[in-house]
Ligand binder design. Sequence first.
Ligand SMILES: C[S@@+](CC[C@H](N)C(=O)[O-])C[C@H]1O[C@@H](n2cnc3c(N)ncnc32)[C@H](O)[C@@H]1O
Length: 261
Amino acid sequence: MTEHPQPNTIIEDDCLDVMPAWPDACVDHCIADPPFGISSGSGRRGKKGLGWAFSSHVTMQETWDRFSHDDFFQFNVRWLSEVCRVVKPNGNILVFGTFHNIYQLGFILQSVLNRRILNSIVWFKPNAQPNITARTLTESTEQIIWAVNDTPERAKKWTFNYWDAKELAGGRQMRNLWEFGVTPKSERGNGKHPSQKPLALVERLVLVASKPDELLLDPFGGTGTLAVAARKHGRRWLLIESESGYVEVARRRLERESAEP
Ligand SMILES: C[S@@+](CC[C@H](N)C(=O)[O-])C[C@H]1O[C@@H](n2cnc3c(N)ncnc32)[C@H](O)[C@@H]1O
């Protein structure tokens, strides 16, 4: 039996176990920031110290980010397929990624699931950490794929708050290059997470790609950035996060921010 998920809750579990129990088309949009698949495994993926050099001088060795090559592809197919099933037709699907996973995610959305891609947003980080290896360029961008939950032929009437976007862009049409610094210390006070997203960036996604009161899903909730942004702008939210430590961080963050004047 399928049951509708309860809005404004954090579900502590694996999203691959949770979403299959939900009915079709039960959320309006999805904003997802999935694992990068750079923490371990074999070959270059396993090289210590390189994977996370674009973000900070620590090695990304999170257990939630460890996959073998084939497992990673299957994992991405499975969660994106479920997202396409639970998001309403023509709902927005926004997916973060770095060069490690974004091409695979784009391939799955476009060629495996046959979804219409609207834009690729490039997040430029002017204060990205230097590359300590001095062997490649300094990574200072991430991407966000903006897809519509229908085929390229059928996709229509997706949500794009054009005028809000224009206002946010200072009266000019909003471009797909977005400049935001890396997550500031002031947003990290509730507990550590290696890939917490800046609140202002997620707020912009919420404001541009959803309407008030709509239900936004984040299947990889982390520290709850989407929940904070959604609540701030009158949207409902739904997070899934498998690590209990991060669930606690997200709960603490939501509680503290509602207590603030
Ligand atoms: C890239 S981080 C998301 C960070 C988040 N956007 C934020 O601003 O805090 C990915 C998160 O997904 C969680 N995760 C990984 N695999 C998962 C799964 N199968 N189901 C649910 N959560 C998962 C990890 O624990 C991690 O917190």
